[in-house]
Write a protein that binds this ligand. Structure first.
Ligand code: CA
Length: 366
């Protein structure tokens, strides 16, 4: 009899430890608190600056704000699932949360590309504005609904760099035959101009450049690119990041997992995502310039601006790639129309505000 009780108690303990939810019940039998132990998989190396530390901050924030009711364990790329299987894991519910970039999933839903960044698209401020006040978030939710996934914006890198190259780009002809890691529509634009675009997870890029598997790679910007050490395996660092003009990272949630939370906890998850979305941009803005100076002054990196005529060709090819995308997929068409209308409006106003101010403050920089 005693043995049976002990076995039952052990069984109950182990079930509690493995289960996704725990309930503490008072002696009166009422539910006092339900605890959610969630897993979050990411497309980044564990604790990679900005991209990987933001999901950790999110987990900590949610833990603190829920007084420990939601506990999230964050996994780096490959720890639980490979980087490019994050979306599937969340969709299937084998994990509750994911952190990555929507354009990685263009093969599942072409419209997803709009929610990271499209070439010659919006800057970070404008992206957030489109998502939260221009209808973008509703379209993102519609794009992911068939997959049982709810998207939230989970960070922004700001304007990226064009990338690391082992040959100089002096004309559009230099893109011919260039094998470059560049995901999303940027990759399609490169391909349309004679290059070969590949998508490789961040953690594999250094070796790919070193061994000559690729001739060039884009990643993010100075702070992140310094961390990966690309300056050791590539000669030129080009700007501006025409292909990623204010990239939104995504924080994705399995729809059933989110629905299992009481409204108060759902709100905390939403607000914490909004907080890390802004926090990531703030941190990039603070750290990129110092990292750029380190690359130039300590590592002798050759920084080059893409020639204007190359940028003009890339822009024309980008417009065509966006139009082709819209033509071939109904949801992409709807998203492109929303994005385009918003972009035209915000770009016009920013000519009078942000852009005019950038130009004005450089007139007498000293
Ligand atoms: Ca990038």
């Amino acid at each position: 009899m005693i043995k049976k009780i002990i076995v039952s108690a052990l069984l109950a303990l182990s079930l509690t430890a493995c289960g996704e939810k725990e309930q503490a019940t008072t002696s009166a039998g009422t539910v006092e608190q339900q605890t959610y132990k969630w897993k979050m998989v990411t497309t980044w190396p564990k604790n990679f600056p900005g991209l990987g530390t933001s999901p950790e901050k999110f987990a900590k924030m949610v833990d603190e704000m829920t007084d420990g009711q939601i506990q999230i364990k964050v996994y780096g790329a490959g720890d639980l699932v490979p980087a490019l299987e994050v979306f599937d894991a969340v969709s299937q519910g084998s994990v509750e949360l994911g952190h990555g970039a929507s354009y990685y999933w263009k093969g599942k839903a072409p419209a997803a590309q709009f929610f990271t960044s499209v070439p010659f698209g919006l800057n970070a401020q404008e992206m957030n504005s489109w998502l939260y006040y221009g209808g973008g978030m509703a379209l993102w939710q519609e794009t992911y609904a068939p997959f049982n996934v709810v998207p939230l914006a989970g960070g922004n890198t700001g304007v990226q760099m064009a990338g690391w190259f082992n040959k100089e780009i002096n004309s559009v002809d230099d893109l011919t035959g260039l094998k470059m890691r560049i995901p999303g529509l940027g990759g399609e634009v490169l391909s349309s101009l004679g290059g070969t675009a590949v998508n490789i997870p961040g953690g594999e890029l250094y070796t790919a450049l070193q061994t000559g598997v690729i001739d060039a790679t884009e990643w993010v910007g100075p702070w992140n690119d310094l961390a990966f050490g690309f300056y050791q395996v590539a000669e030129y660092y080009y700007y501006p990041g025409w292909h990623e003009t204010g990239s939104t990272l995504e924080l994705i949630i399995n729809k059933d997992a989110l629905a299992s939370l009481p409204p108060r906890l759902q709100k905390i998850v939403e607000v914490a995502a909004r907080a890390v979305n802004q926090d990531m941009l703030d941190e990039y803005t603070a750290k990129n310039n110092d990292a750029l100076n380190t690359l130039i002054n300590e590592h002798g990196v050759k920084v080059r601006k893409l020639p204007d005529d190359v940028l003009a060709e890339l822009h024309a090819a980008s417009n065509k790639a966006l139009a082709d995308l819209a033509e071939n997929d109904e949801l992409s068409k709807k998203t492109y129309e929303s994005f385009k209308k918003f972009a035209e409006g915000v770009k016009n106003y920013h000519r009078y505000s942000e852009q005019a101010y950038y130009e004005a403050r450089d007139l007498n920089a000293n």
